[in-house]
Ligand binder design. Structure first.
Ligand SMILES: Cc1ncc(COP(=O)(O)O)c(C=O)c1O
Length: 371
């Protein structure tokens, strides 16, 4: 036997060999080259980003910062203090991550072993499943109701002594559905660690902080990707009971949040005016977007508490509609899965993005989108 040859792929842990990759959206540059439309003429409404970008104060702070040659503070003391003040929470309960995504992964690493079970209220954000499966735990999806509200009665029979976590996004992605406070209480009353993901809370104006303060097993996640326009810098945070926060700080990679992200987040927190104006602009534009979508014969938008709108597609193929819009420089996300049949999700853009979408929808020919 040739000892110098190793079948290296066979050494990958079995549960990781079969893992499904997360489906990211295509880069704007690659897409621009493919469809022949310059980047600045594309209405990018497919990733729930903030179309206005960060506050000018954030950009000025980054431009003037002189410490990029130094490693970041692993404990993020200053930023946790600033977040504590912003959120009215004790800084020692706050942990930062490279996006809320990294916190989802760290929570899985902290709580889950093989055979532990995780309940997810589907359809929802894909990272809960992704990180659960990467951690080697057992993923137990529980379907939401037809209107995408949480069905707590359906969760109860899915609980077992091995259930270690329940994920719930509030509002939910991709449907925009808010979490009813009574359902949040009922989920918490199940007595299993509950993570409420408030990535879009600045748009819904609803937080479950009081619940998390009252009950040790309720944890919250937040992000700077949406309201603060910092998706590309990757910074999010969570509110945890002190013992969990300490454990997360212990197991996280020491320099998980880079210096630029920390500087930008700090400056974003200081510019409350910008936050209020941006959120107000997005909420106002969401109203126009819903009107534009509802005016299309193919789309049935549903109410949203977030910065995007989910629509069933009727009398047309969602995928073909996505492609037809894409050819006209408008990017939306489409779904065609058993849980989300023939649907699209459209992020709220600037007024000119909504105008471009309206023009593209009006120009789509029926033969382009045949179901
Ligand atoms: C519900 C939800 N949670 C978390 C995230 C990820 O946030 P971040 O960019 O901070 O990783 C998203 C991003 O789309 C999301 O929709």
């Amino acid at each position: 036997m040739n000892r110098t040859r190793v079948a290296i792929a066979s050494l990958i842990r079995p549960h990781l060999r079969a893992a499904e990759p997360y489906q990211p959206v295509q880069s704007l540059e690659a897409l621009s080259a493919e469809i022949g439309i310059p980047v600045d003429r594309i209405a990018k409404l497919d990733a729930n980003e903030n179309p206005y970008g960060p506050s000018p104060q954030v950009l000025a702070k980054l431009a003037g910062y002189r410490g990029f040659h130094r490693y970041p503070d692993p404990i993020h003391d200053d930023l946790r203090a600033a977040l504590g003040a912003y959120w009215g929470a004790a800084p020692e309960r706050i942990v930062l991550g490279a996006g809320a995504d990294e916190l989802i992964d760290l929570i899985c690493r902290l709580f889950l072993g093989p055979e532990d079970e995780v309940i997810d209220l589907v359809p929802t954000f894909g990272m809960y499943r992704f990180s659960t499966e990467i951690a080697g735990a057992v993923y137990r999806p529980v379907r939401r109701r037809a209107d995408f509200s949480v069905d707590v009665a359906a969760v109860r029979p899915a609980l077992t002594p091995r259930t270690k976590l329940i994920w719930v996004a509030a509002p939910n992605n991709p449907t925009g559905t808010p979490l009813d406070p009574a359902d949040a209480e009922a989920l918490a009353a199940l007595g299993v660690p509950l993570v409420i993901d408030e990535a879009y809370a600045e748009f819904s104006g609803v937080t479950f902080r009081a619940l998390a303060e009252r009950l040790e097993h309720v944890m919250l996640l937040r992000t700077f990707s949406k309201w603060a326009g910092l998706a590309g810098l990757r910074i999010g945070y969570g509110l945890f009971p002190p013992a969990v926060a300490e454990a997360l700080l212990t197991i996280k990679p020491p320099y998980n949040v880079n210096v630029a992200a920390a500087v930008a987040a700090r400056a974003a927190l200081e510019d409350a005016d910008h936050r209020e104006r941006t959120v107000a602009a997005i909420l106002a534009e969401r109203g126009r977007l819903v009107g534009t979508l509802a005016a299309s014969p193919y789309l049935r938008p549903i109410p949203s508490a977030a910065n995007f709108v989910f629509c069933s597609v009727v009398g047309a193929s969602a995928r073909a509609l996505r492609d037809a819009l894409r050819r006209r420089g408008v990017l939306v996300r489409y779904y065609d899965t058993p849980l989300l049949e023939n649907a699209i999700r459209v992020s709220v853009g600037r007024p000119e993005d909504t105008d471009q979408l309206a023009a593209a929808l009006a120009a789509v020919r029926p033969e382009e989108v045949d179901a």
